[in-house]
Design a protein around this ligand. Sequence first.
Ligand code: PLP
Length: 404
Amino acid sequence: MKRDTGQNKDITDKWRLQTKLVRGGTYRSELGETSESMFMTSGYAYDCAEDAAARFEGEQDGYTYSRLRNPTCAMFEDRMALIEGAESARSTATGMAAMTSAMLSIVKAGDHVVSSKTLFGSCRVFIENILPKFGVASTLVDGDDNNAWKDAIQPNTTAIFLESPANPTLDVVDIQFVCDLAKENGVTVVVDNVFATPLLQKPMKYGADIVIYSSTKHIDGQGRCLGGCILTSEEIMEETILPYIRHTGPNLSPFNAWVMLKGMETMDLRIEKMCSNAAKVADGLIDMGVFASVNYPGRPEFRQHELAMKQMSAGGSVVTVFVPEGREQAFKFLNALEVTDISNNIGDAKSLMTHPASTTHKAVEESARLDMGITESMLRLSVGLEHVDDLLEDFARAARVAGL
Ligand SMILES: Cc1ncc(COP(=O)(O)O)c(C=O)c1O
């Protein structure tokens, strides 16, 4: 149809990021709607039985069943692929569905996985406790120790999983090093790029084979819907991912895909503002001089600042702080907040703060938590779009109440 430019790769590939975020992947129906259509349908009707057979045979283009593909989800996937610079994308119901589907597509019983040890709680539980149930062993390494990555590779290693920056410590992995090592050993690298977002870091540029997102975070960006996405090459998608997800059904709802599409339209503006707010909040928290430590990858004293800034175009929207004492003081601080919410999500327009040891990482054993650096003193802050001064005044007041 006229001016349905969102589907024309010759045109969309040349667009700049902001145009891709607003228009990429858009499929316009014959009605010419300006906003993307929501195709809330599980199935599709065929003109005749021969057409149905031809579509299942792959001889005729078109949709067959929304577990296999849905037009609204396809718009979201095509837009994601365009901004990631990936050949192919598939959306999933949650970030965990994206992570587990990617990993389970790759591994089989008898294989071995290497992963950075600092991970979002559920990612760590999946690698450490769930994969072994299917005969897949793992070695967890300090993500910043390149020799440890090297030493952990075994003849049966088939996948590497990493988060950079990691949730919640913000530890950074040298993605180029790990991907080069993986290539030498024929290992597939899966990067969870949730904290960096597709706008700040492009793991495929360094050789990552698969990138996954929880679109629940910055992609929706307004705390409404769960979602996820798997991005990779055409070949890996066809040969490895699709044979798994077609038959297991971790799909995103078309409604949620539509919300994600709308979120992407404002993503560049939101992320730029969230990152600049986070940098100012980190400066302000340090200036308060009451925390045992304040960590933000964009700050020069952050222990992996140089590597973080080599891989990311900004410091991100998450800051972690450590109160001088333990859980009681951390809870007092949280309970005194009037602007920032006590909540365990990230990437929302609203600033959110959580105590990882008792929430996001509660399912991880205490010794493993401490090994990751997640102590009872740690608080993780996802900086939103409020005025920075209101956030900082709130933190200063909460610090006084908590006796910091
Ligand atoms: C780094 C990271 N990966 C994956 C996930 C899982 O995403 P979801 O909650 O959408 O399943 C999260 C969620 O907090 C996360 O922080």
